[in-house]
Design a protein around this ligand. Structure first.
Ligand SMILES: [Zn+2]
Length: 367
């Protein structure tokens, strides 16, 4: 991996050159490289990027180290401790590691965060975000003990308590907390898979549809800016309920294809923002969801360019960062690898972002 220090101006020049080179020579992947391209001073520097690979062993080491340090390594994220389990755990499962060996330690820890839903750490209040990451970790472990830990009645009670009093179909992240589409997404997908009270879904599709913006993406709440994370949450919830058609999918697709940047190959989260590896999942997964809903019958993102961007965002000793020059973290490692995996095969479920085989197990368990 080559790290080069450049000024912003130099960086822009290089990006323009790469875009120009790639446009002119679609054959950059083929064996024969035209002489004209070989003569281009930027090609020599960037040619090795096409030969980069996913650093699987290094990422496994990176994530294992962080996962086994539950308690110490996650102190800095005090109100989101279950996330610090889910991110490395999901990354390891995507890399086909056997995660059953972590079962005892993770269950022991999450038990301390459990009320009905989960808090961000032991002795904290219930909150939808750590509830989501805790449940996903239990799904990934996919054992009778991990799923047996889920308190469905308690979850139902918690979900009823966070209904938005001002807006039908909307939810708050915690009691008296903020309302946004993340909350609706979490409630919807958990009600569906855990077979909770279907009345909790009343009005959700209509509310999500009302948050689609003039650009075609979905905002956090009505009248807010379209954003990759919220667009994923809103559309995934609709697909999960079989109600994808409640929004204008053509408009969504139009917004989405314009989020993959021509120069870098990765996605940005909003119009006029810079590329970030985590949107490989938040935006990339929407392409898979559009196929899952039946709206598209082929992959429309540029997979090769996205993979090249993720390759560039790898730390040589493991872990993925937001963009070159940043440090790796488990959040970007999880979502970089999740996006990477969704371009490759059918391993990962694009609604839940855990392996499909785990979703099958959970569905059978709660039949
Ligand atoms: Zn990011």
């Amino acid at each position: 991996m080559k790290q080069v220090n450049r000024t912003q101006n130099e960086q822009n020049q290089v990006h323009s050159a790469i875009a120009f080179i790639r446009k002119q020579y679609e054959c950059i992947e083929s064996e024969e490289v035209p002489q004209e391209l070989l003569d281009n001073k930027y090609y020599k520097e960037y040619e090795p990027l096409d030969k980069l690979e996913l650093l699987t062993d290094q990422h496994i080491k990176y994530c294992t180290k962080r996962l086994l340090n539950i308690g110490y390594s996650i102190l800095y994220l005090d109100v989101g401790q279950p996330w610090c389990i889910y991110w490395p755990l999901n990354a390891l499962s995507i890399l086909q590691e056997d995660v059953s060996k972590y079962e005892h330690k993770i269950l022991q820890y999450l038990e301390k965060c459990k009320i009905g839903g989960f808090g961000g750490g032991p002795y904290q209040y219930e909150h939808l975000a750590p509830t989501y990451s805790s449940l996903l970790s239990l799904f990934i472990i996919a054992s009778p003990a991990s799923l047996g830990m889920i308190d469905r009645k308690g979850l139902e009670k918690f979900f009823w308590s966070v209904q938005d009093p001002n807006e039908k179909g909307s939810y708050l992240m915690h009691v008296n907390g903020e309302a946004d589409i993340r909350a609706v997404y979490i409630v919807v997908i958990m009600v569906v898979i855990l077979k909770l009270d279907p009345k909790l879904l009343d009005g959700c599709a209509e509310y999500i549809a009302s948050c689609q913006t003039y650009e075609g993406g979905i905002g956090a709440v009505r009248y807010s800016e379209a954003h990759g994370g919220y667009a994923f949450c809103g559309y995934a919830a609709l697909v999960c309920m079989g109600k994808a058609h409640y929004i204008d999918q053509e408009k969504l697709l139009n917004w989405l294809v314009n989020r993959q940047m021509e120069k870098e190959g990765g996605f940005n989260g909003r119009t006029n923002k810079v590329v970030d590896a985590c949107y490989s999942f938040w935006q990339g997964a929407i392409f898979n969801l559009l196929q899952l809903s039946g709206y598209l019958n082929e992959q429309l993102m540029n997979v090769y360019e996205l993979k090249t961007y993720i390759h560039m965002c790898q730390n040589p000793t493991g872990g993925i960062f937001d963009k070159p020059s940043k440090s790796p973290d488990t959040y970007h490692t999880c979502y970089g690898l999740s996006g990477y995996s969704l371009t490759d095969n059918n391993f990962q479920n694009p609604i839940y972002n855990v392996p499909n085989k785990c979703i099958d197990f959970v569905q059978k368990f709660f039949q």
